[in-house]
Design a protein around this ligand. Structure first.
Ligand code: NAD
Length: 383
């Protein structure tokens, strides 16, 4: 009789697109994950993907995949608009789900998925998993060690520059899949990227109490060769107030120049990093000095050593992330019969924050100004 390795979990991928290649680039770092097959509604894609990565099996349909008793965890790497429906049928079929972000496009859908997972005793997690990175874990440790005193404020930026002016049609994944620009523009940078910091902030500072946000589509005509059906926000800014008292300002855009920095401001200094998309990004602490009557802001910069070195991920790209680390965390939680660090309730809370920011333009209560003034002339010497 063939022995079953109980420390391994069998996984299958639904959605063999741009991001799936990145998962394949780091799966070898996690020998506890056994990829048994893939599926895509575009069967040519699935076949090409499986051939490129020498994968054992291509499922001809979702039903066939769900009927395979070997599969423990399904990786839902479909487009955001398919996340809910795919995750739902997988949970109904008794599979654990690791979903790409967002968990769902509507809060009611996300709640339904979490309730379903809980009723069935299944694990459900949503990407991103960068909270498990060496950098995020180091920042968290510095906070626990009170390195910057009481934290008051956080500035987190997820700006990516004028993406629609970039040569995005040349962006191909390793196996040659084009970056899905229509979908990316229609979903918008907030739903795509806010989670990279929201997940850190909720882990570090606990649940959020309120989200006061503004979101807007500043460039409705992105001059693509396809017409966009949705003018998703390409800029958003939110102030998130945590029950613990910390306030975070989070900005997301594909308008302002690239800036993925994080600054956590405490009474005793600023704890920061330059980019959350690098699992091994250095962590620093900046302290201010009072000299005479002057305060020299942040002049004293110290590196705070990473808790451990980040491995090399063997790919080139705008990021260096171990996409499979969250799946591996789920697999080991199942094996050890313990809660997953990226739990369903944690994912739901983060999804709620991100949706609140994304939808702020419809649901927010912007203060309507009542005063105005006539245009001012520039100085004559500047005209
Ligand atoms: N593009 C990136 O750089 C990037 C990075 C990190 C995370 N993500 C996330 O990964 C997910 C996928 O993005 P992508 O860039 O790979 O998109 P993509 O369009 O390249 O690939 C998605 C794939 O899912 C398939 N699919 C969609 N609905 C399906 C369904 N109902 N059944 C079966 N297959 C279905 C599509 O045919 C496609 O091949 C998104 O949630 C996105 O937010 C993308």
């Amino acid at each position: 009789m063939k022995s079953i390795n109980l420390s391994k979990k069998s996984i299958a991928i639904v959605g063999c697109g741009f991001v799936a290649d990145y998962y394949l680039k780091t799966i070898s770092l996690h020998p506890e994950l056994d990829l048994v097959g893939v599926m895509d509604r575009n069967s040519d894609r699935a076949t090409r993907f499986a051939k490129y990565h020498s994968l054992p099996h291509v499922y001809s349909s979702l039903d066939e995949l769900l009927g395979d008793p070997k599969i423990d965890i399904v990786l839902n790497l479909t487009n955001p608009n398919s996340h809910y429906s795919i995750s739902k049928v997988c949970l109904e079929a008794g599979k654990h789900i690791y979903s790409e972000k967002p968990l769902a496009m509507e809060m009611s859908q996300a709640e339904e998925l979490v309730n379903l997972a809980e009723q069935r005793g299944l694990y459900l997690s949503s990407a991103p998993c960068s909270l498990l990175s060496e950098t995020a874990q180091t920042v968290w440790k510095a906070l626990r060690e009170n390195k910057i005193g009481k934290v008051r404020l956080v500035y987190a930026e997820m700006d990516d520059g004028l993406v629609h002016q970039m040569r995005y049609k040349t962006w191909l994944s390793e196996s040659g899949i084009p970056w899905p620009y229509k979908d990316e523009f229609e979903v918008g940078c907030t739903l795509e990227h806010a989670g990279y910091y929201v997940t850190w902030l909720t882990a570090f500072f606990g649940p959020a109490e309120t989200v006061t946000a503004f979101s807007s589509c500043l460039i409705p005509d992105k001059q693509t060769d396809v017409s966009l059906d949705v003018n998703a926000p390409d800029f958003s800014v939110a102030c998130i107030k945590f029950a613990s008292g910390v306030v975070a300002r989070l900005t997301c855009s594909i308008v302002a120049p690239h800036d993925h920095s994080l600054r956590i401001i405490g009474d005793g200094g600023v704890l920061g990093i330059h980019d959350s998309w690098y699992y091994g990004a250095p962590v620093y602490i900046r302290r201010s000095l009072n000299i005479g009557r002057k305060r020299l802001e942040g002049i004293w910069k110290q590196n705070y050593p990473l808790v451990k070195k980040s491995p090399r991920f063997g790919y080139r790209g705008a990021q260096q992330m171990d996409f499979c680390r969250g799946v591996a965390e789920m697999a080991s939680a199942i094996v050890q019969d313990r809660p997953c660090r990226l739990s369903a309730r944690f994912s739901l809370h983060n999804n709620e924050i991100v949706l609140a920011i994304q939808n702020a333009q419809e649901t927010g209560c912007p203060y309507k100004m009542t005063s105005s003034f006539e245009p001012i002339e520039p100085m004559t010497w500047a005209q």
